[in-house]
Design a protein around this ligand. Structure first.
Ligand SMILES: N[C@@H](CCC(=O)N[C@@H](CS)C(=O)NCC(=O)O)C(=O)O
Length: 254
């Protein structure tokens, strides 16, 4: 059984499918893909994922992409490892409801602010002719457009709408955490991992004007509880870029 995980820095999508590997104690090879060098659009990587995006899981040659799909794949492929998905249909439905919510109503909106602030700087740092060539290599139309917009800057209206979506999500999560300790109930699940990776871990830092500590104290407590989990802490430590390339994590083999 060999698992390979291709990823960038431990934030957003790359973190989201890294956390379960550590939580479940799976052994895997970690392959760092440098988005700053546009490695995700290089032929060697597009041969692995034709969409030219990280992360990617390679399980004995089976390629799995898209984080929500990858994370449920772990549950199905490694049934003996500690579960991150409820066993009962109602619990599964609650978890999938939150995953759908994060995937459709949260991820892209936090991401827009991230791209505006960080990717825009990278994109503007590339000369015009070179930038056109880089964009032409991007397989997905939506990503090509996103890179172009990041270079010119997102509109104030789009950014304001994204902020509104993040506020709605924060309030919704805060309400849920008044009813259950974790998003889908009593158990830490893939839903918590999803919201944490895309929003919860950075929302206070990224949106200081939202006064998260006052507006959503339960969310802050939930975030700290999540950060303190050994599996999450180990995934966050993947940040070490002093040893890029191949690294092997030895967990328990399931
Ligand atoms: N729906 C995909 C989205 C993946 C995605 O957006 N990956 C980002 C990193 S967080 C990426 O590869 N961005 C670089 C690019 O698109 O050029 C998933 O869930 O895995």
């Amino acid at each position: 059984m060999a698992l390979r995980y291709y990823h960038a820095e431990p934030v957003a999508n790359s973190l989201k499918s890294m956390i379960p590997l550590h939580e479940k104690g799976l052994s895997f090879e970690s392959i760092y893909v440098d988005l700053h060098k546009f490695e995700q659009h290089q032929p060697w990587f597009v041969a692995i994922n034709p969409e030219g995006q990280v992360p990617v899981l390679d399980h004995d040659g089976t390629i799995v992409t898209h984080t929500t799909v990858i994370n449920e794949y772990y549950e199905d492929a490694f049934p003996d490892a500690p579960p991150l998905r409820p066993a009962d249909p109602a619990g599964k439905a609650r978890m999938r409801y939150w995953n759908k919510f994060v995937d459709e109503h949260v991820m892209n909106y936090v991401s827009m602010h991230g791209w505006h602030r960080l990717v825009g700087v990278i994109a503007r740092g590339v000369d015009s002719g070179e930038f056109e060539k880089l964009v032409d290599r991007i397989p997905l139309h939506e990503q090509r457009e996103k890179w172009k917009t990041a270079r010119s800057g997102f509109s104030e209206a789009d950014l304001a709408n994204a902020t509104r979506k993040v506020e709605l999500a924060v309030d919704k999560v805060e309400k849920q955490l008044g009813e259950t300790p974790w998003l889908a109930g009593d158990m830490f699940t893939l839903a918590d991992i999803n919201f944490y990776s895309h929003c919860g871990m950075m929302v206070e830092r990224m949106f200081p004007d939202m006064n998260i500590a006052e507006r959503a104290p339960r969310l802050v407590e939930w975030r700290d509880r999540t950060t303190a989990r050994p599996g999450v802490a180990r995934a966050l430590a993947g940040e070490d870029r002093t040893a890029p390339g191949l690294r092997t994590w030895t967990g328990e083999v399931h």
